[in-house]
Design a protein around this ligand. Structure first.
Ligand code: GUN
Length: 286
């Protein structure tokens, strides 16, 4: 593995966590209430449980209070709606995170819209996404924010670059496309209905892959010296964690690449911690 090419998300996330920890030490010194996050999980989706466990560990490590609430798969939309409304009114809760996906009988958009904007730590409410589109960045969704912080840390020049994003989700592809347009890149968004995907990926100066399919990006699909950001978290044929990019075979061809694990994943969590702190300060000043 060529370490000089690795975009080390674990290392950059540790720098952010150190800063967050320092701020929380100051809060403790003043004997103020600590920042708090409430996570809502519906059902027992294995991937969601892992993500939530990682978020909880990260919070507790930096001194943020994290309450993870789990409800049965069969919970009604109305009950969930009432739970969120209670949390909206609870002044000891700074941040609310509803882990997605929700079961199909629940309208996710409606549930997300129930979260008070001032507690929307994921930045998934229409108001926050709308502000993002307009270039107002008080709070950004975790994964797009984490990716932008990585690009910034490694001083990757953006204006004029052609960024190809594969994936058009509301969580990653769409917000990221807007952030990168605002950063003066030329953005192409590809998705499951894109014809001749390779013809686009081969043009990318920066290729961002958020598909959720193991190793679908092969060396033939990338341009020489491209920068690759891999958002995928999958298991390969040996049940080993891997991304959407065939890392071992792609790395000789590219300028820089994020590994899985240790790339985008830790940055999403670091961005979440920053967002919790941001909401805490907002909450205490209003
Ligand atoms: N499911 C996958 N990623 C995310 C995320 O960033 N936030 C939430 N709430 N659910 C997710």
């Amino acid at each position: 593995m060529d370490k000089t090419k690795i975009i080390d998300g674990k290392m950059v996330s540790e720098l952010i966590k150190t800063k967050v920890t320092a701020e929380i030490i100051e809060i403790k010194k003043k004997n103020y209430r600590l920042p708090s996050l409430t996570i809502i999980q519906v059902g027992d989706n294995k991937a969601s449980s892992t993500y939530i466990k990682n978020k909880k560990i990260a919070c507790e490590k930096v001194g943020i209070i994290c309450n993870a609430l789990t409800y049965p798969q069969t919970i009604s939309e109305t009950t969930l709606f009432n739970i969120i409304n209670k949390l909206n009114q609870d002044s000891s809760v700074d941040a609310i995170l509803v882990q997605l996906p929700l079961p199909s009988h629940i309208n996710s958009e409606k549930i997300i819209n129930t979260i008070a904007i001032k507690k929307d730590v994921d930045g998934f409410t229409p108001q926050i996404l709308g502000r993002l589109m307009l270039g107002h960045y008080q709070l950004l969704p975790g994964t797009p924010k984490g990716i932008m912080l990585l690009l910034e840390h490694y001083q990757i020049k953006l204006p004029g670059q052609h960024v190809v994003i594969i994936g058009r989700s509301n969580i990653v592809g769409k917000p990221l496309a807007n952030l990168l347009i605002n950063a003066s890149t030329t953005v192409t968004v590809c998705h499951s209905q894109t014809k001749d995907l390779s013809s686009f990926t081969k043009q990318a100066d920066i290729l961002i892959v958020a598909v959720g399919k193991p190793k679908i990006i092969t060396p033939e699909m990338v341009k020489e010296n491209a920068i690759i950001i891999d958002v995928g978290v999958n298991r390969d044929e040996n049940n080993k964690l891997c991304g959407d990019v065939d890392f071992e075979n792609v790395i000789p061809k590219v300028k820089m690449i994020t590994p899985v694990p240790g790339g985008v994943g830790p940055m999403t969590i670091a961005a979440l911690l920053e967002n919790i702190l941001y909401l805490y300060y907002q909450n205490n000043n209003s």
